[in-house]
Design a protein around this ligand. Sequence first.
Ligand SMILES: [Zn+2]
Length: 380
Amino acid sequence: MERMYKVLKTEGRAKRAVMETVHGTIQTPVFMNVGTVAAIKGAVSTVDLHDLKTQVELSNTYHLHVRTGDKVIKQLGGLHKFMNWDKPILTDSGGFQVFSLAGLRKIKEEGVYFHSHIDGAKIFMGPEESMQIQSNLASTIAMAFDECPSAVAERRYVEDSVARTTRWLERCKKEMNRLNGLEDTINKQQLLFGINQGAIFDDIRIEHAKRISEMDLDGYAVGGLAVGETHEQMYHVLEEVVPYLPQDKPTYLMGVGTPANILEGVERGIDFFDCVYPSRNGRHGHLYTNHGKINLFNEKYKLDTRPIEEGCQCPTCKHYSRAYIRHLLKAKEMLGMRLCVQHNLYFYNEMMEEIREALDEGRFKAYKKQKLENMATPLE
Ligand SMILES: [Zn+2]
């Protein structure tokens, strides 16, 4: 394939780019919508995602491996067929879940031994296994298998961990090349993103960024943030590290964050984002609007016939009132959650569209300032 990622415009460090994949074009900056077990939590289907302006769906390697199994999904034609989604899918490597969810884990040079959080079964996952699982799932973009050390981990631990993550990345690349060359591989053009780690130690992160940049991967992620450090520490890491990642490759900030975090990330050169906030908050009746977050459980919405946000073109706001959705949430009707999640995902996806337009027109800085001011000023 020709140059698959092309920067169209920059404003300071902010990038407006386009990426061609076998599953279609991705316009960046982009917010990927998280469907952990091949479903967006809150009963939102892939058919709905088309109406919500979703460009990329994100699924989880570890979760799909332990249930229903990547081999089963491969037999069914891969994740795209399985969940009826023809646009790009990114799969994470499973590393983060192995380290955060699984019990009794043991980290060795070859990989990680752990127990499934579903049935306690003993599992081994290393770089090769993670690549094999993601190849079976046949996602558009696979993530490298890494260890995500805690933001508060000691320097010595982080140094050893990052060195191992680099060795694991070399193995991931080799295995991905092998898998993409096999006859029965579903997506032979699966892309591989490497992940920068190093907790909040600038020098470790920068060294690591330089090292992995030499490996000519399809994209680069900054991982291990939003796991206990402050927002300021996170922004600082981005300022220090992003300049050492290739500018002509996509940059992905994993698992972040609030609308404000995303605006700050874009300004620092990030163009891929993902986060569970819009769906998780939606399920709890917390809705994003251009004038801050609102809680629909609040008594004051009982007789409120307005949509969640006036002027919002999402499937929820076009048809339903705050009062009705509040009633559904209070009655614990699944429809309440679904309507809220749809609005929140649309809000995020539309904000990304606004960001892209602002970058196209060279007014991102002004847009960002206005958006942040609006969101900090509640209407009611
Ligand atoms: Zn809406």
